[in-house]
Ligand binder design. Structure first.
Ligand SMILES: Cc1cc2nc3c(=O)[nH]c(=O)nc-3n(C[C@H](O)[C@H](O)[C@H](O)COP(=O)(O)O)c2cc1C
Length: 457
């Protein structure tokens, strides 16, 4: 219930959908679209959210608890609720010192903050703020030395968990960014500047932050590279030819839990466990990479079946409601993560905005659990779900498990080593075709390619 003493933005942003609208109101369009958009036709982006509508709850309210315990344990960490902030680059473009603001809000909410490789501040700078717990995300780079260097820096700076994102070896086709000519460093078109009347708050707040925007983790000590050159260099760094042996190698080097981000196929989940990975983000990168990919929650049951409790599973993508968390946990996740909702909150009110996001999810999760008769997180299981008139999700799980059994058998038969074959030569990133003029405004794709089109943010 809205409280009249709440700030106006909080009263307007009473759920995640209305918070998104607030974010649209305050951010320049290229920046809003950069956060909000997905790849191609954005089918996967939409599916991530709509897939939750295909999963129904079957509450059993009798036998619930007068108050619910939302806390849980993830990789040995006690969390106040099963929700974390995944790596999201360029937070500092939305709010001054955005990474630190978001990290403070997440950790004060009893959650975890994952710092992206593509953060504005460096991983050392975030560590210096003392915010904890911190996880760090990186890639397998063509230069394996750089991968090892990033891991060593994160270890030295006290990051608890290392995340390797595997679905962004090539940058997805972000058509909103192409249309808007979104580049790093950000530039505004004449039309955008003319439309700035409602974005003055962002402009004013960011006036001294914009010149300082950089990719902190890639900055050269001599500073001898401008931001455009830096962004261009970053695009070519990840290796599209990564192999399981790279994961095994990193597993051996990193002292702490190692997670993969971007797992959707049960056979890959089996491989990940075989390579000693402690957990994975079941994720399609929020629909920002390959359009046409299954919704994250669509992929979850088969992955959960394959992993069978041997690794932690974080459902990443499309979480917009507390009820989505219950559904994801019922389908086998241990935790969920929120990329865009966190960024919408950050863009509207900085640390307070991200705190508000956690409050919304906490309230909705608690209400869902209360109305479903679920006293605590451990009580959330498949029995709370039904589909197509069945009383449980078992039909789906049974079908999935057949596919999993076949995939897992194939993996075991071929042996992990077989997948480590010698396919690791560097591939040159194909330059997408330049489209013809689109209506009166010519496409800026070519320009976008030459300027600081940046690796996933
Ligand atoms: C603006 C933005 C930047 C992102 N940057 C990264 C990144 O640097 N590394 C990464 O692994 N994922 C990145 N992601 C993906 C998120 O970690 C996450 O997978 C995705 O946002 C989940 O979908 P959701 O936004 O529906 O919650 C980014 C997502 C957004 C929206």
């Amino acid at each position: 219930m809205a409280n009249q003493r709440q700030p106006r933005w909080q009263r307007r942003a009473y759920n995640i959908a209305t918070l998104r609208e607030e974010s649209r109101r305050v951010l320049p369009r290229p920046v809003f679209d950069f956060v909000d958009g997905g790849a191609g036709d954005e089918h996967t982006l939409r599916r991530n959210v709509s897939a939750f509508d295909d999963v129904d709850l079957y509450p059993r309210p009798i036998g619930g608890a007068p108050s619910r315990d939302l806390s849980t344990t993830l990789l040995g960490r006690r969390l106040s609720m099963p929700l974390i902030v995944p790596p999201t680059g360029l937070a500092g473009l939305l709010w001054p010192d955005g990474e630190a603001a978001s990290a403070r809000a997440a950790t004060k909410a009893g959650s975890v903050y994952c710092l992206s490789h593509g953060s504005v501040c460096s991983l050392e700078e975030l560590a210096e703020t003392g915010v904890e717990p911190r996880w760090f995300q990186t890639y397998i780079y063509k230069d394996r030395g750089l991968t090892h260097e990033m891991a060593a820096r994160a270890q030295a700076a006290g990051y608890e968990v290392l995340i390797v994102t595997v679905d962004t070896q090539l940058l997805g086709n972000r058509e909103r960014d192409i249309r808007n000519g979104f580049v790093i460093p950000p530039t505004m078109s004449a039309r955008e500047i003319a439309n700035m009347a409602t974005k003055l708050g962002w402009l004013w707040r960011m006036r001294s932050a914009i010149p300082r925007i950089t990719f902190g983790n890639y900055r050269r000590a001599d500073g001898g590279e401008d931001l455009t050159a830096l962004a261009q260099r970053m695009v070519g760094l990840p290796d599209p030819g990564i192999q399981w042996r790279d994961i095994a190698d990193l597993r051996a080097r990193w002292k702490g839990p190692l997670l993969l981000k971007g797992i959707l196929h049960p056979a890959d989940a089996v491989e990940a466990v075989a390579n000693g990975v402690e957990g994975m983000f079941v994720s399609n990168h929020g629909g920002r990479q390959l359009d046409g990919v299954a919704g994250a929650v669509d992929a979850l049951p088969a992955v959960a079946e394959a992993v069978a409790g041997r690794a932690a599973l974080i459902l990443d993508g499309g979480i917009r409601r507390g009820s989505h968390i219950v559904k994801a946990l019922a389908l086998g996740a241990d935790c969920c993560s929120i990329g865009r909702p966190q960024f919408w909150g950050l863009s509207v009110a900085g640390e307070a905005g991200v705190a508000h996001v956690f409050d919304i999810f906490r309230r909705e999760l608690d209400l869902t659990m209360g109305l479903c008769g679920l006293p605590d997180i451990a009580s959330i299981g498949p029995d709370v779900l039904a589909r197509d008139g069945t009383t449980v999700e078992r039909a789906r799980l049974a079908a999935a498990s057949e596919a999993v059994a076949a995939a897992a058998a194939a993996v075991v038969e071929s042996g992990t080593a077989a997948n480590n074959g010698d396919g690791a030569e560097e591939r040159v990133e194909p330059v997408p075709e330049v489209g013809g003029p689109a209506g009166p405004e010519p496409t800026r794709y070519g320009d976008w390619e030459r300027k600081g089109r940046a690796i996933d943010f």
